[in-house]
Design a protein around this ligand. Structure first.
Ligand SMILES: [Zn+2]
Length: 226
């Protein structure tokens, strides 16, 4: 597989979702539209908050957090004091909530963050747990999605960040298209992960290289499977 696809450095595999600016893997589009149509019949407006994100976008997020320009949060989403943290602590605090550039599933075009436009405007969506758990505006949509996933009627979509496995924090809003993303993950070897970091100019690059094995295991491989 072309590493540029895995690292978010090309858009050649993507297509635009009509009426939006969101880019999706072109081989996923039809099944996403099927799921959206089923959701519509069930009374929901399944909408995308974020689909493909390129390397540059992820790099901006990473470097802003790694230099203290953007707030870091602990496990419970409580703000951390940047000045009191070691480089390794900073790196792991970022990884809990944001992928290392080149290592985000959003680079693949196979993963989307969704919400229910029937109950929430795009500009109000923050993608926080309170939106997707009991009483939240997207909770009924996600309960419906759970039923569909359980009944194998979600056209291959599943939740890679459903449970807290000690890596990426649970993200109920994040769906992944297994027919593509499972093979992307298989292609994403440790050698690929290492190359991505070592070829980069990222802030905290040396820390990432020192802990590369652990980061790869904990934040890339350690996800829920369909
Ligand atoms: Zn996501």
């Amino acid at each position: 597989m072309n590493l540029d696809v895995l690292f978010g450095k090309t858009r050649e595999h993507l297509t635009c979702l009509e009426g939006t600016e969101h880019l999706l893997h072109r081989d996923m589009l039809q099944d996403f539209l099927r799921l959206r149509e089923d959701a519509r019949k069930a009374g929901f407006e399944l909408s995308i908050a974020s689909a493909f994100r390129g390397y540059e976008r992820q790099e901006i997020i990473w470097n802003a957090k790694a230099t203290g320009q953007r707030q870091l949060l602990d496990e419970k989403a409580v703000p951390l004091v940047f000045e009191l943290m070691s480089p390794i602590e900073i790196a792991f605090a970022i990884l809990r909530w944001s992928a290392v550039p080149g290592g985000s599933r959003h680079h693949w075009g196979t993963d989307v963050d969704v919400f229910d436009r029937r109950t929430q405007g795009q500009e109000d969506v923050k993608l926080v747990p309170s939106e997707v758990t009991a009483g939240g505006p997207a909770a009924p949509l996600h309960d419906w999605l759970d039923e569909r996933i359980k009944a194998s009627k979600a056209y291959g979509f599943f939740r890679p960040y459903e449970t807290d496995r000690g890596g990426v924090a649970p993200e109920r809003w994040h769906l992944s298209y297994a027919p593509l993303s499972q093979s992307f993950l298989e292609a994403y070897t440790f050698a690929a992960f290492w190359k991505n970091i070592s070829d980069s100019e990222l802030v905290l690059k040396n820390v990432l290289l020192q802990s590369a094995e652990e980061i790869y295991q904990r934040f890339m491989l350690n996800v829920d499977h369909p």
